[in-house]
Write a protein that binds this ligand. Sequence first.
Ligand code: 4AD
Ligand code: MG
Length: 455
Amino acid sequence: MPNSRIVDILKSESEPGDVTVNGWVRTKRDSKAFSFIEVNDGSCLANIQVIADATLAGYEENVVSLKTGASLTLTGKVVRSQGKGQLWEIQATSVEMLGAAEEDYPLQKKGHSMEFMRSIAHLRPRSNLFGAVFRVRSRMAYAIHQFFQERGFYYVHTPVITSSDCEGAGEMFRVVTMDGEEIKTGEEEFFHKPAYLTVSGQLEGETFACALSNIYTFGPTFRAENSHTSRHASEFWMVEPEIAFCDLEGDMNLAEEMIKYLVSDALETCADDLAFFNQFVDKGLLERLQSVRDRSFERITYTEAVELLQGSGKKFEYPVEYGHNLQSEHERYLTEEHFKCPTTVYNYPKAIKPFYMRKNDDGKTVAAMDLLVPGIGEIVGGSQREERLDILEANFKEHDLDEETYSWYVDLRRYGTVPHAGFGLGFERLLMFVTGVANIRDVIPFPRTPGSAEF
Ligand code: 4AD
Ligand code: MG
């Protein structure tokens, strides 16, 4: 008899017949004549109820001694449930305990804090909340590939180890080799020059877009910024499409279309998990996601955004001033209080943006865009790239960067340069948005943040 996933049994419309199920005990109640075991296998939020008669062979060792957290395999007949809530339950014909759980299994009670759950990251996927988060994470990764593949984008694997700093912010982790305690430097350096963990696959992505036309990357990125916020991680995943023969307008259109597509996919394919988040994590979640799916987004230039914020009469912790980055409180005001929907802010002052962004004709701004969403702020950051050789070269000087290091990147402008644009979607920020989970650590299997790299 092939093993069945609990989700398939519970969703079955016709009588599923005899099944073999594997999983972990969530709860158990023993009475004189039988035991009720709630079993979960991670395939869905719901448990399946199993009735094990005291007359079963090995009842004492395999059923009575089962504790919360123990693993088991069982066979039985699926019958219509007498209780409320679910259609099917299992009348067991055999139960075998695979691995006992010790008395102090940490997930005994409901309602543990997120902080406590982070301290048992190896067990937290067995909880309702984290099981749901990581099922949604898996589905969203799949939907991202589907979105880009359906539109003819090629998936490019950009390197994790790099020698160029894409964002020019210097917040990078260095990659070194060791001889005992001694770090090899200079001539002895493994790559014969300094190497780092990538902060973005964009520069490499641009070279592939200038050959295959439409590409995307999707992989881990690393930032050594010392940010202790609920939205920054030291290791996170980024999705970075790069489109040749495209300007800022096309870039903004694609970003909006992608967010709508992913939200709509989540609503459709992760309905049970989202309903759980809506009940226990964020009561406004479903309504917000439905409105993101159905309504159009707003667009506003940086200059207009600054005027709007200054004229809002709202007291901000950080004052709004032209030429400064928008703070998260400003971004949230725009999306939560003013527009009440996702908003793209574009054409930022060039002084606060990286060297690769395309200079606008006003000489003051660059063709940059950030897509902001309610509850989080920036979820996507992108731009049209500077495709003109002379202006790009001048940018390296202005940003005090060594053009030599980027010669391979500059070369694209020497041989058949084209207008091109792209963006980066922070995958974890998307997950926070889709699940309503407020801390980035809680949508990452094994989070890495300043001062913390457990497990
Ligand atoms: O705005 P960022 O820094 O843009 C880039 O890296 C560009 N090279 C992307 C491109 O044009 N190809 O980062 C892009 C997104 C942000 O909007 C945010 O969602 C996410 O990546 N992000 C982070 N997510 C978690 N933790 C951090 N420390 C993050 N830094 C950026
Ligand atoms: Mg950004």
